[in-house]
Design a protein around this ligand. Structure first.
Ligand code: ATP
Ligand code: MG
Ligand code: FE
Length: 347
């Protein structure tokens, strides 16, 4: 089964073709980052309008890359939510209409299920059951995963997502948007131990997170440096180092706690922040020490992409899911309410 995947939940138009037998055939991505940069964040209306212009050309691009025609598409998967309503609407309308025109089934995919399953596209994919840490721009969640659609939320951020905190700290350090990779790069020239940032909610039991306090702490540290003169390049690098250290340490501590609590051995990280090198190294060391292992996707499949939607959609389509003609994007959507997919029905 060849599935066309369409991702348009935020500021990236991601398109891919996934073949249930042969794997990923082609993928293409257009990021609107430059367009939103001058506003310091994503402008929803601009995002929707841009998706309208990008999606069809990108679909043609992946068809060409894969060397197939539209008629060879067996099904269409699009991101149904969560995300920006206008942006979701574009992908859903194009995806659903195209499936109708081609006379093939279609399915609306949960964006976070897409992220969660992205590591399945790699060699040596994770095996159920496993513990997943979803760390992206809008989510920080620990999830017990027993199969596709079998998700138990064990803990989540009570305020900002880890990725959001990275982006805000980047703005404070005048690094621009999106900040994650930029903070991480700057942190490489930081001095270990000059600043010590708090590890929020680590001194009490439970698996929830809180990252908004780290923003305030960063802001105060920047202000303290400025009191002593200009904020130097080294100051900024040292702050970036300490911030990243605190986030990574906090995530690692909660993951270890969740592994011990559940008895699970395999840890999977997904979402934009899972591209972070320090996070990968520290979690890998922790998981191995706990007698387990760590899995993640290649960096370009950690952030938003069409391949993860094509893959997740394919699993649901193979299980017989097929949506009616109406499209109903879900700007908010709890992953725990998803239907379980019976892996026996593979065909
Ligand atoms: P969600 O998936 O929750 O709806 P989103 O789609 O905006 O949110 P993603 O595309 O998964 O989020 O990830 C983007 C986030 O990942 C941004 O906040 C970005 O700063 C962060 N990020 C990307 N690369 C890195 C990195 N190397 N280190 C830290 N953070 C990173
Ligand atoms: Mg994005
Ligand atoms: Fe995302």
């Amino acid at each position: 089964m060849i599935v066309l995947g369409i991702e348009t939940s935020c500021d990236e138009s991601g398109i891919a073709l996934y073949d249930s037998q042969k794997g990923l055939m082609a993928d293409a991505l257009y990021s609107q980052i430059e367009m939103h940069t001058e506003y310091g964040g994503v402008v929803p209306e601009l995002a929707s309008r841009d998706h309208i212009q990008r999606v069809l050309p990108l679909i043609n691009q992946v068809l060409e890359k894969a060397g197939i025609t539209r008629k060879e598409i067996d099904a269409v998967a699009y991101t149904k939510g969560p995300g920006l309503i206008g942006a979701l609407m574009v992908g859903a309308c194009i995806g659903r209409s195209m499936a109708w025109a081609l006379g093939v089934p279609s399915v609306g995919v949960h964006h976070m299920e897409g992220h969660l399953l992205a590591p399945m596209l790699e060699e040596n994919p994770p095996e159920f059951p496993f513990l997943a840490l979803l760390v992206s721009g809008g989510h920080t969640q620990l999830v017990r995963v027993d199969g596709i659609g079998q998700y138990e939320l064990l803990g989540e951020s009570v305020d900002d997502a880890a990725g959001e905190a990275f982006d805000k700290v980047a703005a404070m350090l005048e690094l621009g948007y999106p900040g994650g990779p930029k903070v991480s790069k700057l942190a490489q020239s930081g001095t270990e131990g000059r600043f010590r940032f708090p590890r929020p909610m680590c001194d009490r039991p439970g698996l929830d997170f809180s990252f908004s306090g780290l923003k305030t702490f960063t802001l105060n540290t920047v202000a303290a440096c400025k009191k002593e003169g200009d904020l130097t390049e080294q100051d900024r690098a040292d702050i970036a180092w300490a911030f990243e250290d605190a986030v990574v340490d906090t995530l690692a501590l909660k993951c270890r706690r969740a592994l011990r609590q559940t008895g699970l051995k395999q840890l999977v990280i997904a979402g934009g922040v899972s591209a972070n090198r320090r996070l990968r190294h520290q979690l890998e060391a922790m998981a191995v020490k706990e007698g387990g292992s760590l899995r993640y996707a290649r960096p370009e499949f950690c952030t938003d992409n069409g391949a993860m939607i094509a893959y997740a959609g394919c699993q649901r389509l193979l299980a017989g899911q097929n949506e009616p003609l109406e499209v109903a994007p879900m700007p908010r959507w709890n992953m725990e309410t998803l239907e379980a997919v019976n892996s026996e029905s593979e065909g």
